[in-house]
Design a protein around this ligand. Structure first.
Ligand SMILES: Cc1ncc(COP(=O)(O)O)c(C=O)c1O
Length: 345
């Protein structure tokens, strides 16, 4: 039997069986609409337990909607949203953040290994003309955890960054499209990496890690709840059959499924990284800390793997990205590596 290996993105994977089962269960009988259903109600209790604090969860359909809604809650239209120069909100969401905030300025500040660093943030804030109407006023720090380059902020790094944000009166958003992968990698609690460090709103991703289409914007500040409910509706993100999005999230967060799925994806990326490192001419471009590998491959290897039908993302200039998913298995990794060994650079 041919082994299919497609590591172009974690979005190419299907959904986890536990989540599909939850959908079938949610399909029995009738339920109230627009989020007044029992599953959405249970989600509030479940997430408050998961995060060890009272929080509010808005089930949404895309990561972009989560991020743009989060930004709209946390900055005025004249605010600047500081982020890494590789942040998804900056270069991959078609200006949704700017649109939803009514024109706040998304401002890339720099990056190292996909992360914003404290010196970069301090230096940027030191140059701001506070109070002058010429400049959008920094109002929000947005950090991606795990990052767009497959790295993870340590708790100490986050504490420093969020501390600087607080010193300057900025609120904090976390883009957790791969939050599960980051928490699995850190081995910490979700509370430790979010509200305990001053994160006001978390984009809690699920789609990339086993859901069909389910994301959850989690806000830790009670005063954000009503604005979020109304903004979500205005953005066309309140589903009449919300129970089906909520059911995915409930199954995902139940009994640690989200961390088991992410742990598998992370482990397969490590296995792949270890194998790739040993190949002549291959260079890993960033530490492999979650489920994404960015590497430089010799031309012969890129062409060879393409010829073998192995799926990966060719970023051009010899750079490639390979992303494992919750259902990637060792046999796929080993097949990819066996193919790769046949195409020396
Ligand atoms: C870091 C990060 N944030 C947000 C998103 C947005 O998700 P979506 O494509 O569902 O809008 C992605 C998707 O690739 C992402 O990688």
């Amino acid at each position: 039997v041919a082994i299919e290996v497609n590591l172009r993105s974690d979005n190419v994977a299907g959904a986890a069986p536990e989540i599909l089962d939850a959908l079938l269960a949610a399909n029995r009988g009738t339920e109230s609409s627009y989020g007044a259903d029992r599953i959405t109600a249970r989600l509030q209790t479940q997430f408050s337990a998961l995060f060890e604090t009272q929080c509010f969860v808005q089930p949404l359909a895309t990561g972009t909607a989560m991020n743009a809604l989060a930004l709209s809650l946390l900055t005025p239209p004249w605010g600047a949203v500081l982020c890494s120069s590789l942040a998804h909100i900056h270069d991959s969401e078609c200006g949704a953040g700017e649109l939803f905030t009514g024109g706040a300025k998304i401002t890339p500040v720099g990056q190292e290994n996909g992360k914003l660093t404290s010196p970069m943030l301090r230096a940027h804030l030191g140059r701001v003309a506070w109070g002058g109407t010429h400049q959008a006023q920094p109002a929000l720090l947005s950090l991606t955890q795990g990052t767009e380059r497959g790295t993870v902020y340590s708790l100490a790094e986050l504490a420093e960054l969020t501390g600087i944000a607080r010193e300057h009166g900025l609120r904090v958003h976390m883009d957790g499209a791969r939050f599960a992968n980051a928490v699995a990698a850190l081995g910490c609690s979700p509370a430790e990496v979010t509200w305990k460090l001053g994160v006001d709103a978390l984009s809690f991703g699920a789609t990339k890690n086993g859901a069909l289409c389910a994301e959850a914007l989690v806000v830790f500040d009670e005063s954000l709840r009503e604005p979020l409910r109304f903004r979500a509706r205005k953005a066309g993100q309140v589903f009449s059959k919300m129970r089906f999005v909520s059911a995915q999230l409930e199954a995902y967060a139940q009994d640690g499924l989200w961390l088991r799925l992410a742990g598998q994806a992370n482990a397969m990326a490590r296995r792949l990284a270890l194998g790739l490192e040993r190949l002549p001419g291959v260079e890993l471009l960033y530490p492999v800390e979650i489920n994404e590998i960015f590497a430089r491959f010799p031309k012969a290897l890129i062409e060879g793997l393409e010829g073998d039908g192995i799926g990966f993302y060719d970023r051009g200039g010899g750079e490639v990205r390979l992303v494992t998913a919750f259902n990637t298995g060792p046999e796929q990794i080993d097949h990819l590596l066996a193919c790769a060994r046949r195409h020396p650079g």
